[in-house]
Design a binder for this molecule. Structure first.
Ligand SMILES: C[S@@+](CC[C@H](N)C(=O)[O-])C[C@H]1O[C@@H](n2cnc3c(N)ncnc32)[C@H](O)[C@@H]1O
Length: 191
């Protein structure tokens, strides 16, 4: 579906098609190991469903909400959820900020949506106490954490962890998926 409708409708660049499996699908699937059992998961800025749809497929125990403001993208996401029969996945059209005070999730995922400081402002109020933001960040992870120092302190977040996932069997990703993980403490996050 990504190689066909996703490309035709401009959600995936045609040059990505030959590397959809490793660079997009497996790259996202390795996040599954960070999700607690039966987790509620919010994928912010899902686009064509990365990583949210992939996580809903590989973790049927999770309940995944795909948050995406653009109609063209939510229409595609709804078709994919329907075609694949993903009963554990729903599409929510809108911006992450609009869910503040409405919903909270055990894990909040995102890939290629915003710099970490902005993502933290949008996302941490949506993370349940004890839950975590899991942001796919690539080689800029360290510098984004440095840039976000003030926001991390203001929101009362703990020290972020940088994790490299998928280097070993069975994924054998090269480069591995780099993730910034920020756990929300039991206390309230200031917005
Ligand atoms: C570059 S795309 C990345 C899509 C997908 N995560 C991926 O990695 O292929 C960024 C997406 O974030 C969405 N987005 C931007 N601001 C957002 C916000 N405040 N809340 C939710 N989604 C947002 C955009 O509409 C877009 O679909």
């Amino acid at each position: 579906m990504l190689a066909g409708a996703g490309t035709l409708r401009g959600l995936i660049g045609p040059r990505e098609v030959p590397r959809l499996w490793e660079r997009h699908l497996v790259n996202c699937a390795v996040l599954a190991e960070l999700l607690p059992e039966d987790a509620s998961v919010c994928d912010v800025g899902s686009g064509a469903g990365l990583p949210g749809i992939v996580l809903a497929i590989v973790r049927p125990d999770a309940r995944v909400t795909l948050v995406e403001p653009l109609l063209r993208r939510t229409s595609f996401l709804e078709e994919v959820v329907d075609d694949l029969g993903l009963s554990n996945c729903e599409v929510s059209r809108g911006r992450a900020e609009a869910l503040r005070g409405v919903e909270r999730y055990d894990a909040l995922t995102s890939r290629a949506v915003a710099p970490l400081s902005k993502l933290l402002r949008w996302s941490m109020p949506l993370v349940a106490p004890g839950g975590a933001l899991v942001a796919m960040k690539g080689s800029r992870a360290g510098s984004e954490i440095t840039d976000a120092a003030e926001t991390l302190a203001r929101l009362g977040c703990g020290t972020p962890g940088v994790l490299e996932l998928g280097a070993g069997e069975p994924a054998r990703l090269d480069p591995p998926t780099t993730v910034v993980r920020v756990v929300r403490s039991g206390t309230d996050v200031r917005g």
